[in-house]
Design a protein around this ligand. Structure first.
Ligand SMILES: *[C@@H]1O[C@H](CO)[C@@H](O)[C@H](O)[C@H]1NC(C)=O
Ligand SMILES: *[C@@H]1O[C@H](CO)[C@@H](O)[C@H](O)[C@H]1NC(C)=O
Ligand SMILES: *[C@@H]1O[C@H](CO)[C@@H](O)[C@H](O)[C@H]1NC(C)=O
Ligand SMILES: *[C@@H]1O[C@H](CO)[C@@H](O)[C@H](O)[C@H]1NC(C)=O
Ligand SMILES: *[C@@H]1O[C@H](CO)[C@@H](O)[C@H](O)[C@H]1NC(C)=O
Length: 569
């Protein structure tokens, strides 16, 4: 979708003052190879994130509509209402116009809220305008070249009007964004036991219904649907999902399908495809738990697209929908510091705007314990590495547990953001944890003023998954399993709310941290330590404890209690 506001400028050369450094990195992240300066005539398409006219107004409104007890509680905003806060001011548009006209640039406004502009210009011009040195990089995992710069500056008169220039210092291309350890072929009967703390235990939908009290009764309301976002060329497979339903939800028609949505080069081809496991997991544990909830599969970006670009394209796509989903789940993410601060902030603001529309935005917390999205022997030291977007205060971040007596998994990412400060809804929970939950000297290991995550945790170990055209399940584990499961539970609560004539849950966290936990909607998870999946079990990490903690959040939901708390408010 392009909302065209084409502006053709005359070429002229006015001195418009100096520049201010906007983003800077010392080096490209590990794995990137520098091939020298980009060719001066190579064309770049850059996106400029324009400042909203009333960011504080949207914050105040969202606080009011998402906080239980407020007179406007759950009066979610329309597309136009959100736009009225986010569209740029006349001053911002005029600053952009004078910048474009002074420099012979054309720009297009390219987002439904009018808050992004796109310019195309040669490397030589971009280097000069933004004090940049566009350079060719490739990631060692591919031969694909990208042009990026280690430093980018804003012309002084755009400061306060342009919040991001992208992609410039972004290196989220090729990061391993899928948050799960690889699949393990199932060598035992999938229906052996639901208790994954024993060797035979395998999680199926029936186990999860029993554990959390999730009803098998079909949803009845068509207005509330759930969206699974998928990236990096991972495709859901109808045949595998059908086999899954046949084996594990024989009460659901095996020919139940999903709606395919695509944006920015996404697709959902069927048949033999290199990677489908993550998407199949997400679809099987949404369609297989949220009985008769309509599920959208949104494929975003091509296989090598920058993850930051794809996350931005997701919020832009959904912001333009008149009937957006009421829940979305994403099992992708990366180490927070691999995203630029300004871009992470804009992406996070995009989730905030979706929350204000009444969408529960749910993310996997990550699979590296305190060591980022994935741990490995080389990252076991401190400081701890938070995971984005799980660290965004406007998403609900879901950690992982295992066992019938649930414990937090060692891989369940959690901790504190270095980019986002502790939001109001969790200040009490976080300060309680900081006072009682940290026996060791953690000075300099994590950022105690940051947003703590995850918010909740559900099962995430040894899920039975059908994939690859096989009729024998594989096992999948990680917060990638937990996020779709929690989203499915929220979708079923929404269905019951809509059936009762009430608004959907929308931005969840203020409700989860107050009424829901006060009314006993969670089973507290009090054991476990998130040292990571591969880092030594004895390493420094957070411990689960009583109340909220940064590896299991408030714990796992009890469906009936959560529904009762939601209906009463
Ligand atoms: C499934 O949901 C649709 C609305 O989306 C509803 O019309 C239908 O009756 C539901 N099916 C069952 C079996 O309840
Ligand atoms: C699914 O299969 C049932 C029979 O089992 C059939 O009645 C129904 O029309 C099928 N639905 C679709 C969408 O193919
Ligand atoms: C800690 O987090 C705050 C935001 O909550 C941020 O402003 C600060 O820079 C962070 N400190 C470090 C060392 O990253
Ligand atoms: C924690 O250790 C740091 C240095 O490692 C030290 O400066 C600080 O005083 C210690 N804090 C406590 C409470 O022991
Ligand atoms: C993390 O937990 C899993 C599941 O219990 C286990 O297989 C793995 O060995 C553990 N990793 C470490 C380093 O202890």
């Amino acid at each position: 979708m392009v909302f065209l506001a084409l502006f053709v400028a005359a070429l002229c050369n006015t001195g418009l003052g100096g520049t201010v450094v906007h983003e800077r990195r010392a080096t490209a992240p590990r794995g990137f190879v520098n091939h020298g300066p980009a060719h001066p005539t190579q064309m770049l398409t850059l996106r400029l994130g324009l400042a909203p006219n009333n960011a504080a107004g949207l914050d105040a409104t969202l606080a009011s509509i998402s906080t239980p007890g407020s007179p406007e509680f759950r009066q979610w905003l329309s597309r136009e209402e959100v736009k009225s806060y986010l569209e740029p001011s006349a001053e911002t548009l005029s600053a952009l116009e004078s910048f474009a006209s002074a420099n012979g640039l054309e720009y297009q406004i390219t987002a439904p809220n009018g808050d992004w502009a796109t310019i195309t210009l040669p490397v030589s011009h971009a280097d000069q305008l933004f004090d940049a040195e566009f350079t060719v990089f490739s990631h060692r995992s591919t031969s694909e070249n990208i042009a990026r710069t280690l430093s980018v500056s804003l012309p002084a008169h755009l400061v306060g009007h342009v919040e991001v220039i992208h992609p410039t210092t972004d290196f989220t291309d090729h990061i391993k964004g899928r948050l799960m350890p690889g699949p393990v072929p199932l060598k035992r009967q999938a229906d052996a036991s639901c208790d994954t703390s024993t060797a035979a235990g395998v999680i199926t939908p029936t186990c999860l219904q029993a554990l959390y009290g999730i009803p098998a009764a079909p949803a009845t309301q068509s207005s509330s649907h759930l969206l699974v976002a998928a990236y990096q060329g991972v495709h859901a497979q109808i045949a595998d999902i059908s086999e899954f339903l046949t084996q594990f939800r024989p009460d659901i028609p095996a020919n139940t399908t999903y709606n395919v949505l695509t944006t920015s080069g996404g697709s959902d081809p069927q048949g033999p495809t290199p990677i489908s496991f993550e998407a199949n997991l997400d679809m099987e544990y949404t369609m297989g738990i949220a009985t008769n909830v309509s599920v959208d599969f949104l494929s975003v970006g091509n296989p090598i697209a920058s993850l930051a670009t794809s996350f931005l394209d997701t919020t832009t796509f959904i912001a333009g929908l008149d009937n957006p989903p009421t829940v979305m789940t994403t099992s992708w993410g990366g180490n927070e510091d691999s995203f630029d601060l300004s871009m992470a902030t804009r992406i996070c603001d995009g989730y905030k705007a979706l929350g204000a529309r009444g969408i529960s935005v749910i993310f996997a917390s990550g699979d590296g314990g305190v060591h980022g999205g994935h741990d490995s022997a080389s990252v076991c030291e401190t400081p701890f590495i938070p995971v984005f977007p799980a660290s965004c205060p406007w998403v609900t971040s879901v950690g992982a547990t295992f066992g019938w007596e649930e414990k937090a998994l060692n891989l369940s990412s959690g901790g504190f953001s270095n980019y986002f400060s502790t939001p109001d809804y969790q200040t009490t929970a976080v300060s309680n944890f900081l006072q009682t939950g940290i026996p060791q000297n953690f000075t300099g290991v994590f950022n105690a003023s940051g947003r703590g995550f995850p918010d909740v945790a559900v099962q995430g170990w040894d899920f039975a998954i059908l994939d690859g055209g096989l009729t024998t399940p594989s096992l999948g584990s990680g917060t990638s399993a937990s996020s779709p499961l929690f989203a499915a539970i929220i979708a079923l609560v929404n269905d019951r709310l809509v059936a009762a004539g009430k608004p959907v849950l929308g931005f969840l966290n203020p409700f989860l941290y107050s009424v829901a936990q006060e009314r006993g909607a969670f089973t507290d998870v009090t054991e476990g330590r998130n040292t990571g999946y591969e880092c030594p079990a004895g390493g420094l990490a957070f411990d689960a404890g009583v109340g909220w903690d940064p590896l299991s959040g408030w714990g796992s939901p009890k469906f009936e209690e959560l529904l009762a708390a939601a209906v009463d408010y």
